[in-house]
Every structure is written in C-alpha cells, then in structure tokens.
Design a binder for this molecule. Structure first.
Ligand code: NAD
Length: 980
C-alpha cells in the first residue's frame, strides 16, 4: 500500500470503529450519574477541574469528617469557582460543626470511592479477580498494575519486591485454578494469560541516573528475581515506563536482566516506548536491534506517554531541552510512525499498542493489514474503566485487546486516579465531539498535522542550567574531571596582592574531609603585613576602577562567569575534594556562582549612572551612585565558590576594590574564583586574595580605618562580633563602616495532616541532609501534625537509613563527610545531649572509618525550647516535634532567634495562605524542599539573628555597595531660566 491507500484504509477502519461505537452510544455516556455530572462540569470549567483534582488528591489523607468538610469548602467555596448547582446547594449545609457534617463527609467519600472503583479493579488481587474474570469472558486479556505510594526507603522497596513476588504467585494461580485452558497464541506461541506491570522505580528507592552503575546493579538484581519467578510460573512481566530521567536506566536494567544466563530463552517480558518523546524512534531502533539479536518474542508496548506536564515543567525549570513534543499533532504523528515501524518488526517481537484514540487505533489496524499481519500478531491495550464500548468494538472486529488494570487501595491509588481522570476528561471530550456535538467522522479521524511549536523565548536573565546526570557523557566527563583534579592535589597557592603572587611562612593546609591524610592544597596565610600591602594596592587602583563605565565592569563579571563556565566540571571536582560535596551539590554551587556574576552584571547596567529626579522649574536634580571604596569580603566554606562569587562580584560591579578572605577550610576554591577574575581582565590590585586565619587577618581587616564596608557570610557568633567591632571608630577612619552579615538559621518545615508524604519525606530528607546538613538554609526542625506524626516519622527514618554514605567522589554517595574533625565531634556531642533531653530515634553509625563522617540522626520528644532545638547544629541531625494543630506548629516554628528559611507541606489552601503570612522566615517554601535558592528567582537572605542586609541574588543587593548622591543645581542665571 502506498501512503494514500494506507490513509484510505485508516479512514475505512476508523469508520468501522465509529459505527460499532454508535451501537453502544448509550453506554458511552451512561456512566454513573454523579460521576458523569462531575466529569462534565470539569470539562467545561477549568478552575473547578483543578479544585476537583486537588481535592480528590488530598481526600484519602483526611481522617475526620470535620477535615473532609473543611478542606472541601476551602477548595470549592471560592468566588472564582463555579460549582455545579448540586454542590453549591450542598455547600450551604456544610457549616463546620453542624450535625450534617458527618453525613456530608460520608457522601463525599462514598462518591469519590465509587469513582475510584471505576478505574481501580479492586483493593487487592482477590477483589480484582472478579473483574479480571469478567474481562476474559468478554474476550479481553488483562495486565495487572499494583498501585502504591512512592518508595522513599529501602524498607518500602523491599515491600514492593515482596508485593510483586506475591502478585506473580497469585496471578499464576488465578489462571491455573481456572478450567479454561490458555488458547491465545501468536506466531511466537502461547501468550501467557497472567500479566503483571512493574514500576522499576519502586524496586529501588535510591535509584538515580547519576549513580548509573550502582542503581543498575541493584535494579537488575531485583528485577532478575521477579523475572525468574515469573518464568517459573508462566507470568508475563511488563516494565512500565516512567519519568524521562529514568528512561535509559529502565531500558538498560531490562537488557541486563534479560541477558542473565539464568533467563536465557525467556521472552515473556516487555517494555514501553513513549511516542511523546523526541528520542523515541532512536530508542525503538535500539530495542529492535537488541531483540533481534537476543530476545525474539519479547513485547514492546507503544503509548503516548503520561507525564507531559511534569516533563515540560521540570525541564524548563532546569533550563534543559524539553524531551517531549510540544504539540499533540507531533506526538500523534510520531505515534503512527512508530506504530508502523513496530508492526514491520513483528517477526522479531510482540507489538502492543496502548491508546484510546480512534484515529490511532484505525491507523494501527490499517498498517497491520497493509503489512499482511494477522490480528493475532499484535495487541491493543486499554485502561481499565476507560475502554468499555471501544473494547467491545475492537474485540468485535477480531482484534486482541488487553486491559491495563490497576489494583490497590483508594488511598494509595489516588495519584493514579487523578491522572486517569485528567486523561478521561480530554479523551471523552474527543468522543463527545463526535457523539454529542455531532462533529463529522472526518474531523475525528483526521490525520493530525505535526506542526512543531517553538519554545517560548525567555527574556532577560537566565540561570545556568545544572548538569543533567542522566546523560552518560556528562557522567563520564565528571568522572574524568575528578581523576584529573586528583592528580593536581597538594599544590601550593600563594596570596594574590596587586597582581603579584605572595608567599608566606605560615601555611594553611586544606584537607579532604573524606580522607584527612589527603592534602587538597596548601595556601599561603595572610597576616597583618600582607593585609596592609593589599590595602595599599587597593587604594592605588580603586579610583581608576570606580571610574570605569558600568559596561566595562559588567563585562569583567560576564567574562569571569564564562571562565567559570568553561571550567565547571573541574571546579566542581575541586569542591568534591575540598569540602566534601557530592557531585550534584558541587555542580549546583558552581552554577550558582556563574548566576551571581551574570545577574549582578545585568543589575549594575540596569542602575543608570545617574537619573534626574523629575522636572522642577529653575532646578536640576541628579541622583547617582558612588562606590563606597574599599571593602572586605569574608566568606564561609560551605558554598566555597558561589557565596564569595556573589559577594565579591556585587562589590566589584558597584565600583569598589575588594579584599577577599576565603574560609581557611576552602582556600583552593577561593583561589579559583580570583583566577576567574584575573582571566576576565580585572585590573591588578582591585581584588586581593587573602586567605588567612579569621581571628588574625579577618579581624585586622574589619578594624582597619581604610575599610568602608564588610560583607560577611558565616556563623552568628563571628558575624555579631564583626558588627560590634566595625562599629568602633579607629583613628584615621573617615567613614562609618557598613556591614552586611548573612548568618545562621534553625529552619523549620511544618508538615500538616493534609501533606502528601510521598513529597514531604524526600523533601525533608533533601533539605535536612543535603550536603550533610551544612547549609544555612538546611531544615533542622520538622514540626509534624499529631495525626500523621507516627506515619511521617517512620517513613522519614526509613528514608534517612537508606542513604548511601561514603566518599563524595564516588557517584553513588548521597551523604559525604562533614567539614572537619571539630564539627564531627560537636555533632556527636549534640546527639548525645539530644538523647539525654529527648529520644534519639535514629543514629546511623555505620560510616566509613576514615574521614569526618556523621551518620544521619533524628531526635524526638524534645521540648521546643531546649538547646538542641534552638541552636544551629550544621550537620545531618534533625529534630522532630509534634504539634496538635497549625496554631501550635506556627508557634513552635517562630519561637527561635532566627528567620532564614522555612517550609510547609500541605494541601490545605487555607493553611498555605496562613503559613505564608505568619511563618517567620526570609525565604519560605511551600510543598518543596527549603534549600537551593536560585539567583534571580528566589533572592535569598534572612532577618532576626539570621542576618542584616538585602537579599543575595535579588534586585536590591547591589545598593548595599553604593552610596547614593544628589547634585542639585540652580539653573536660573540672573533671572533667566536655561533653555530646557
Ligand atoms: P564562620 O563564621 O566560622 O566563618 C566565616 C568566615 O569568617 C571565615 O572566613 C572565617 O575565617 C571568618 N572569621 C572567623 N573569625 C573571624 C573574626 N574574628 N573576624 C573576621 N573574620 C572571622 O562560619 P563557617 O563555619 O565558615 O560557615 C558556616 C556558617 O555560615 C553557618 O553558621 C551558616 O549558617 C552560615 N552561613 C550563612 C549563610 C547565609 O546566607 N545566611 C550562607 C552560608 C553560610
């Protein structure tokens, strides 16, 4: 068949399907009345649809009828939401405390559960069995999918493995118990009746493409166990496809497992290709080639893909190319293209097509016929509860149909249900077009035009995208960078003063916290003499630098950013060694440094050199900015590139000269930063590199009369001391020193009873122990609502226990060492104290013997005002506190000296609103982790004893380094006004 004949045949098959559907027209829309009403309302009313989905999503968490009714009102009783008449009438009766509340709540539950039941075949396999048998009687096969929560710990992954193994056993029994013999067969032989879908991500909670080999070895092992059992019992295993980040690892785990000798000859297994992915054609070719060589008769299911929103949002947020087609037309047309390719390979493998779209189905069938492929040699797959009449139409045409059938509790299945509802409303709208709106078959069956849509152009500042460790090349380059930096450890680093390298007798050895015997570098250590020399050099060059046009200064910042960018992997590798950051954490610090430089370059250009204050007769008023002069930047070690890059570049951009003192724990990173400025053409003397002891050179600089400002990030103790000393006038001093001090935090996350724990547990873990908890923004208190306290704490402890601890240079490491022996000691003491005042419910002690490791610890039953719950600990130690209600949670959260970051996990619109208003924090995060603020997007900084100054990476930051000046000129001369 040529193209037009094929199209003709597609149209013919399509009409045949529609005609068959026509006979069933009534059952198509004769869904349960309530459900039908709600879905119809969703289709017509976007705000209602969102509120409805969000409500369904949180409902399983709501334990009391009071909660159900309260949250129901929070979602639906809003002016912008038009509720169906039935609901708005009901709303009036839902007054909290009224006697109708339990009834209303029960009715809501019952209706939603009923709805869930139409997409979920049963709470467990026994319950689902009735539905499965009914399917078989109606001529369809099935594939069972076990619903569940995300696996956040190894305990949970092991439970999944058991669940799958049990499911294999049970499903095998279903079919052998049955008197009906297996008859369905295709060219490869009998097709197993029992078919189980498996989500690989649930088998390994720590699965991460960054840890490619580590993840694969665990996944392959566990998958092999399932496959061996499946083979013994004659069950087909199908791996579902998940998010794009996991795609390659799922494919690879499948290949590796199937290549195992114990599975040789086994082919009752399959994988999925998602047609919405731009690289799906490539993947399909790879699979076909592999199957041809290794595993004839395996199955490939072609679907469109179910995570479109997620993929577009996540990739855009990261500044990565979006891997999915942006238009439905492109996906549709790719689907048909891949279907053709898959059908042409049915001598190699079993082809299955998951779709409810009549046009796609018609195209698959027409293509099969054009290849002369008999109906028995391919399969159509549909979702339980969505295919009814369509399934009958297809089986009626002699096609093989399989129903993908979710099984599980409403509570855990709800995430699935919401996605299905979403698809259903759009799917039905397509059928509605035809059956209700009376659109022509031509329009329903028309071939979609594959018109690509362009990505929207982002205007202005753009963040440097983080590395995408999904990409093999990125991982191997990073590994090489680590190997190459390892060759360069132990070198000497001089001070840089006035463009000259200066050596000192005193040296600072920077050591690898994961391997204290390894010296990362030895830097010179500035004393007062060197400080004086640097001040003299700055005085000699400051004026000249301040007179440079802003574009010149911005140019230096941009070139420095470029120099960091071209060395980004190498710089990350240095961080891995010098401060013990894991790969991803190190990369984030480097990208943030790049962002700061570019952002402040843009900002300084936005600040016009001078502006007129408006027109006034006979007078001209010019408002302009001067630099302050010479300033000191004192930096911590925990973001050893980004934090000093931000402080130094802002001060330089404003036209100041800067004396930069990095932390004595990270002088090598400081050196690299200064190098970037040198490469960028910053004139000698404008920036001095002065590593040294805080109490010596830091203190000396703070007191020096020539210094106009001090920009400090570090601990509260040191910061407050600096503020105090900077306030004292020393002889010869001509200006009041300005101090910007960003200090510590004791940040809290509130988890309320409506929180999605699948999100909250990983979010708290990442916030609390990312970079071993050594971030000023880290979460060190979790305040949990009483009703979910036990469940949450259990999952949190499980997740923390599952983290892999080891040297950060190893890609499988999730938790590295803390910065130094003193910190390790301090943290151990803190946990002991916590144990005396409360209860240590987790302390991981299985850590590598060498290196400053501290296993994650959780302390409970503390009074919120005791020291451990009040002081910054700066390590992987979390305090969990129980709160009766939101009032109490907010009160506990706010009862500290600090106000840096804070967070809330909740699905209550009222709680989100209230916490946003009342929780005391400079940066507050809702339903996400509380660390990792992004320059220009989440300007960062705290108040109270967390700091003074305006937010880093925000529009006010540069003003702190400038002095505003106003020149007013009388333009009247002897009574004449000037011309303008
Ligand atoms: P730190 O206070 O010990 O040291 C910070 C810097 O101050 C170092 O360069 C140190 O040499 C210098 N210093 C020490 N004594 C000095 C003195 N007497 N005079 C002048 N300088 C002196 O802090 P750290 O351990 O490097 O960093 C961790 C701390 O930093 C934590 O408290 C953390 O919360 C805080 N921090 C805050 C932010 C923020 O943005 N708010 C960001 C990162 C880190």
């Amino acid at each position: 068949m040529d193209g037009s004949e094929l199209e003709h045949e597609t149209q013919r098959v399509g009409r045949e399907i529609l005609t068959r559907l026509e006979r069933d027209r009534h059952s198509l829309f004769a869904k349960e009345w309530w459900q039908g009403q709600v879905l119809r309302w969703c289709m017509e009313n976007e705000p209602f649809k969102i509120a409805f989905f969000r409500f369904i999503d949180v409902l399983p968490n709501l334990k009391t009828s009071g909660d159900v009714v309260r949250i129901f009102r929070e979602y639906f009783d809003r002016p912008e939401i038009k509720t169906p008449p039935l609901l708005s009438w009901g709303m009036k009766t839902l007054i909290p405390g009224s006697p109708t509340v339990p009834l209303a709540s029960a009715a809501i539950h019952a209706n939603v559960e009923k709805m869930a039941r139409s997409f979920i075949a049963g709470r467990d396999l026994e319950e689902a069995r009735i539905a499965l048998e009914k399917m078989e009687r109606s001529g369809a096969a099935w594939s069972v999918s076990m619903l569940g929560e995300a696996a956040v710990s190894e305990e949970e992954s092991e439970a999944y493995l058991r669940l799958y193994l049990e499911a294999i056993d049970r499903l095998a029994h279903f079919v052998t118990d049955d008197s009906e013999p297996t008859t369905a067969a295709d060219r490869f032989g009998l097709i197993p009746r029992a078919n189980l879908a498996v989500k690989l991500s649930s088998l390994y909670s720590q699965m991460d493409p960054l840890d490619w080999e580590g993840s694969l070895s665990v996944l392959t092992e566990r998958l092999v166990r399932l496959l061996i059992r499946a083979r013994e019992l004659g069950v087909h295993i199908h791996l579902d496809m998940e998010h794009y980040a996991f795609k390659d690892i799922i494919l690879e785990a499948f290949f590796r497992a199937m290549d195992r000798p114990e599975l040789s000859g086994f082919s009752d297994a399959g994988i999925v290709v998602q047609a919405y992915l731009r690289d799906s054609a490539e993947d399909l070719e790879r699979i076909l080639a592999w199957a041809a060589q290794h595993r004839r008769g395996m199955t490939v299911r072609l679907v469109r893909g179910a995570y479109w929103d997620y993929e577009t949002v996540i990739h855009r947020q990261n500044g990565w190319p979006v891997p999915v087609y942006l238009t439905k037309g492109e996906t549709d047309s790719n689907y048909e293209h891949l279907a053709g390719r898959l059908l042409s390979a049915t001598d190699t493998l079993r082809a299955a097509f998951g779709t409810h779209n009549v046009r796609s189905l018609a195209s698959v069938v027409a293509t099969a016929r054009s290849h002369g492929i008999p109906n028995r040699d391919f399969e159509i797959q549909m979702l339980f509860g969505m295919g009814g009449p369509l399934q009958d139409a297809l089986t009626g045409m002699g096609l093989r149909v399989r129903i993908y059938t979710p099984v599980g509790e409403l509570i855990t299945g709800v995430a699935y249900l919401v996605r299905r509802l979403l698809e259903n409303t759009s799917n039905e709208s397509f059928l509605r077009d035809y059956f209700v709106e009376g659109n022509s078959p031509e329009s329903v069956l028309a071939r979609s035009a594959a018109v690509p849509a362009g990505e929207p152009e982002v205007e202005g500042f753009r963040n440097e995208p983080p590395l995408d460790f999904r990409i093999g090349r990125v991982r191997s380059d990073f590994s090489e960078a680590i190997a190459s930096v390892r060759q360069r450890l132990g070198r000497d680093y001089p001070l840089l003063i006035g463009g000259e390298a200066v050596q000192t007798d005193d040296r600072i050895a920077s050591i690898n916290p994961a391997r204290p015997s390894e010296v990362v570098g030895r830097s010179a250590s500035a004393g007062t003499r060197e400080a004086d020399r640097a001040i003299a050099a700055a005085e000699a060059t400051a004026m000249e630098w301040s007179r440079q046009p802003t574009s010149e200064r911005a140019g230096v910042l941009r070139r420095a950013a470029e120099s960091l960018r071209t060395r980004r992997m190498e710089l990350s590798a240095w961080e891995v060694f010098e401060v013990g950051k894991t790969w991803r954490e190190a990369d984030r610090d480097v990208t943030e440094a790049i962002d700061f430089l570019r952002y402040y370059a843009d900002e300084i250009e936005r600040k016009a050199p001078s502006q007129s204050m408006g027109r006034y007769p006979g007078e001209r008023n010019l408002y302009s900015y001067l630099p302050i002069g010479i300033g000191v930047v004192i930096a911590p070690w925990n973001f050893p590139l980004a934090i000093p890059a931000g402080m130094v570049s802002a001060a330089l951009a404003a036209g100041n000269a800067v004396l930069f003192k990095p932390s004595e724990l990270s002088p090598v990173m400081g050196y690299h930063l200064v190098q970037a400025f040198t490469e960028a053409g910053l004139p000698d003397g404008v920036l001095a590199y002065l590593p040294g002891r805080g109490e010596i050179v830091g203190d000396y600089l703070v007191r020096h009369p020539a210094i106009g400002f001090i920009t400090f990030t570090g601990s509260r103790k040191v910061g407050l001391g600096i503020i105090e000393r900077a306030a004292r006038l020393s002889s010869g001093q001509r200006q009041v020193k300005r101090v910007v001090a960003e200090m510590g935090g004791k940040n809290a996350i509130i988890v309320d009873e409506t929180a999605d724990l699948d999100l909250a547990v990983p979010g708290v873990v990442q916030s609390a122990v990312g970079f071993q908890g050594q971030k000023c923004s880290a979460c060190s208190r979790v305040i949990v609502s009483e009703s979910i306290y036990d469940a949450f704490v259990h999952r949190l402890v499980g997740a923390l226990k599952s983290l892999r601890i080891g040297p950060p240079e190893d890609p499988s490491t999730e938790l590295g060492p803390v910065i130094e022996a003193a910190a390790q000691q301090r943290l151990q003491t803190a946990v002991e104290e916590g144990g005396r005042q409360g209860r240590v419910i987790l302390q991981v002690t299985d850590v590598p013997p060498e290196g400053f490791y501290v296993g994650p610890a959780v302390i409970a039953d503390l009074r919120p005002e005791c020291r451990i719950a009040q002081e910054e600990l700066f390590g992987p130690v979390v305090v969990v506190l129980c709160a009766k209600n939101l009032d109490e949670a907010i009160r506990i959260a706010n009862a500290t000296d600090y106000a840096l970051t804070g967070g809330l996990y909740s699905r209550s619109p009222a709680a989100i609103e209230r916490v946003g208003r009342e929780m005391i924090a400079g940066n507050l995060y809702i339903n996400r982790g509380i660390t990792g603020a992004i320059v220009g997007r989440q300007p960062f900084g705290g108040y109270r004893l967390s700091g003074v100054g305006s937010k880093a990476g925000g529009p006010d930051y540069l003003l702190q380094f400038m002095i505003p000046k106003v020149v007013t000129e009388n333009t009247l001369r002897r009574g004449f006004a000037s011309a303008e």
